[in-house]
Design a protein around this ligand. Structure first.
Ligand SMILES: [Mg+2]
Length: 321
C-alpha cells in the first residue's frame, strides 16, 4: 500500500509555464489541509495518460492539476487502467470547462478542499471513435468543423487565450461552410453546418455554453448544429457565454445517445474533430454516451452551476425568457 492517497499529475509546460505559481499555491493548500499526496510531472505529450494509467494501477486516486488538456489526459489514463480509481481535478488552465462539467469552479483553494472532503459520484462520459481508429474518452464537448479547425491551428502555435483569439479571426476569413450528415438515435440531419457540437458537458472555450441543455446524468448528448454566416457566428459568441443561445433559428439542437458525423459531399475538404480540446483527426467520427461512465471526486453540490446563477441570476440550463 502507498503512504500517499493521491497522485497529483502536473504539466509544468501548461499555460506556457505560467502555471508554476498556481501549482505552488495548490501544493501549499494541500499541505494546509493535510492531504496525503505524491507529485508527478509530465515530461512529454501524452505522458500524463501513461502516468495516470500506471498510478491508478498502483492504487492511487489520480488528480489532474492543469488545464482541460491535462484533465482529459489524466481521466483517459484512469479509465483505461480498468481499476475504477477515483479521478479528480485542480483547475489551472485558461478554460477549465472540464472541471466545471462536474461542478468544480476555477478556484484552486476550493478544489483542494474538495479533494480533502472526499466526496465522489458517477457522471456520464463520452467516447469518440474516428474511422481512422482513434479512440478517446471525454467529459465536455466533442466538436467538428470551425471550432475544431481553430483548435487544431491554435495547438500548433503558442499556448494562451491571445493566440486562440487571433487564430479564430484568421480562420474565419478563409472559412467555407460545408454540408454534413449527422445520424442520431431518432433524427438525421443533412445540411449546412459551421460546426457540430456533441455535448456531454455544457460548455467549452472557457464557458461558451453551446450545449447548454446537456445533463451529465441522462445518458444522452445535447447536440448543437450551427448554421450561420461569418458575421453572425462572431456575434453569437456573446450569447453563448451567457447561455442564452436558445431558441435560435441558426442553431438546430437534438438529443441522442449515439451520434455519427460525416461529410455529406465527398469532394469537400474534410472537417476535423476534437474532444475536450484534443484534436483526434478527420471525420467520420462516432460518438457514444456512457451513462454513469466514471466516478469523480466532486463537491456535494454543483458549485459551478451555483456560481453561474450568482453571476446571471439564473441557472445556465434554464430557458431564457
Ligand atoms: Mg447528457
Amino acid at each position: 500500500m502507498n503512504m500517499e492517497d493521491y497522485a497529483i499529475i502536473y504539466n509544468p509546460a501548461s499555460a506556457g509555464g505560467k502555471s508554476k505559481k498556481d501549482f505552488d499555491y495548490a501544493v501549499k493548500c494541500l499541505n494546509d489541509l493535510k492531504v496525503k499526496y505524491k507529485l508527478f510531472e509530465s515530461e512529454y505529450m501524452g505522458h500524463m495518460i501513461e502516468l495516470a494509467h500506471k498510478l491508478a494501477k498502483d492504487g492511487y486516486s489520480v488528480i489532474g492539476a492543469g488545464g482541460d488538456g491535462t484533465c482529459n489526459e489524466v481521466f483517459n489514463g484512469a479509465i483505461t487502467s480498468n481499476t475504477g480509481a477515483l479521478c479528480g481535478f485542480i483547475p489551472m488552465g485558461s478554460g477549465n470547462d472540464i472541471p466545471g462539467a462536474i461542478g468544480i469552479c476555477p478556484d484552486i483553494k476550493r478544489a483542494c478542499e474538495i479533494i480533502a472532503e472526499g466526496h465522489s459520484s458517477k457522471f456520464d462520459i463520452g467516447l469518440a471513435t474516428t474511422d481512422d481508429g482513434v479512440k478517446r474518452y471525454f467529459l465536455g464537448i466533442g466538436s467538428q468543423g470551425f471550432d475544431a479547425e481553430v483548435t487544431r491551428r491554435a495547438n500548433e502555435g503558442k499556448k494562451g487565450p491571445k493566440n486562440y483569439a487571433m487564430t479564430t479571426v484568421k480562420t474565419i476569413f478563409r472559412w467555407k461552410i460545408r454540408d454534413v450528415k449527422i445520424t442520431m438515435d431518432n433524427d438525421i440531419y443533412e445540411g449546412r453546418a459551421n460546426c457540430v457540437a456533441v455535448g456531454n458537458g455544457p460548455s467549452y472555450g472557457s464557458g461558451l455554453y453551446i450545449c447548454s441543455k446537456a445533463r451529465m446524468n441522462d445518458g444522452l448528448f445535447h447536440i448543437a448544429v450551427v448554421d450561420m454566416g461569418k458575421l453572425q457566428l462572431l456575434r453569437e459568441f456573446k450569447s453563448m457565454y451567457s447561455a442564452t443561445v436558445y431558441p435560435n433559428s441558426s442553431v438546430h439542437d437534438f438529443e441522442s445517445h449515439k451520434v455519427k458525423i460525416e461529410m455529406k459531399n465527398p469532394e469537400d475538404e474534410i472537417y476535423y474533430c476534437q474532444v475536450d480540446g484534443e484534436v483526434l483527426g478527420k471525420i467520420p467520427v462516432n460518438y457514444e454516451n456512457i451513462k454513469d461512465g466514471y466516478e469523480f471526486i466532486r463537491p456535494k453540490i454543483d458549485e459551478k452551476a451555483e456560481a453561474f446563477k450568482n453571476e446571471y441570476g439564473r441557472y445556465f440550463y434554464d430557458p431564457c425568457e
